[in-house]
Design a protein around this ligand. Structure first.
Ligand code: ZN
Ligand code: ZN
Length: 300
């Protein structure tokens, strides 16, 4: 079986963006134009504690959103909850908790993301506690500016405990035109046509991926193997819940890799396939759920 539907158009988008409605350095209109010009098809405007109403343009979706935050009592850990795709203005969260933030967002028709756990210095229990968020940011462009943009160790560890969530690459854009937090992390989402409903439907499956550059063309699962087909890369890593697996990493030889294969270990509960190109840019699949060697996830 295939993880991505065959012959369906892939749409590129960013679900976490700030504008001058909070601490971003450009207007929402300018942000939308920038992303449109760079080949994106959807963008969520998610300002701090400020609702933005989405709208549809011809060939482009502007998704409404908001970002809420709170800190642990000792001020060492921060929870940031991002909402996108809100259909109406949210009612103020009853308290500064993840449950209240999530309720405000989902009551307004939106979906919730736990933002940048590495930047936030969360601990593993915090991620499990945030179980009502549908996704976690695995790569965050603006968080790379403070050296903690990669949260994959968090998401791998939490998923090994059986807590499955979707993963997203986002920009969390604040600074425009600087080249250091725009157009660096995105998601590629297949849809029969571009709409908020189709986007939500695909995001609830394993049929989309995160990228910083490389393209994942297909992931094919047979009874015994998982094969990835991708653009030219220098290595492919098959991350699972097992500490050690022989041949986990496949390296390119004299010519670049465009395909790599993993033999399914019956003890895995997940597989996350990541490929890395010659510029160090990565792309990765969702956490594909397995039981007794059989894929148990959901595709579009
Ligand atoms: Zn944040
Ligand atoms: Zn943010």
């Amino acid at each position: 079986m295939f993880i991505f539907p065959e012959n369906m158009k892939m749409y590129k988008g960013n679900l976490h963006t700030h504008t001058n409605l909070s601490d971003g350095r450009a207007s929402p209109e300018y942000a939308v134009e920038r992303y449109k010009d760079h080949g994106y098809s959807f963008l969520a405007i998610t300002d701090h504690n400020r609702y933005f109403k989405g709208y549809d343009e011809d060939g482009f979706l502007v998704l409404g959103g908001v970002e809420f935050d709170t800190m642990s009592e000792d001020k060492t850990r921060a929870w940031h909850v991002i909402g996108f795709g809100l259909e109406r203005e949210y009612s103020a969260p009853e308290s500064k908790t993840i449950e209240s933030f999530s309720k405000s967002i989902t009551d307004a028709g939106g979906m919730t993301i736990l933002g940048h756990p590495a930047w936030s210095l969360l601990n593993i229990e915090d991620l499990i506690y945030a179980d009502n968020c549908f996704a976690t940011e695995i790569y965050s462009s603006v968080s790379y500016l403070s050296g903690r943009g990669d949260s994959s160790l968090y998401t791998d560890t939490v998923t090994a405990k059986g807590c499955f969530k979707k993963i997203l690459g986002v920009d969390d854009t604040h600074y425009y035109g600087t080249g250091n937090n725009e157009f660096l992390n995105w998601i590629c989402v297949p849809m029969p046509s571009l709409s908020r409903e189709n986007l939500f439907r695909t995001l609830n499956t394993d049929s989309f991926y995160c990228s910083q550059g490389p393209e994942i063309k297909q992931i094919e699962i047979s009874d015994t193997t998982v094969k990835i087909y991708c653009s030219e890369v220098k290595k492919v890593t098959f991350f699972t819940n097992l500490n050690y697996e022989k041949n986990r990493i496949v390296y390119a030889g004299d010519s670049p890799l465009t395909c790599a294969e993993y033999t399914i270990n019956p003890n895995i509960i997940y597989l996350r396939v990541e490929c890395e190109d010659y510029n160090g840019k990565r792309a990765c699949s969702q956490y594909l759920k397995f039981k007794n060697g059989v894929y148990e996830g959901r595709t579009l």
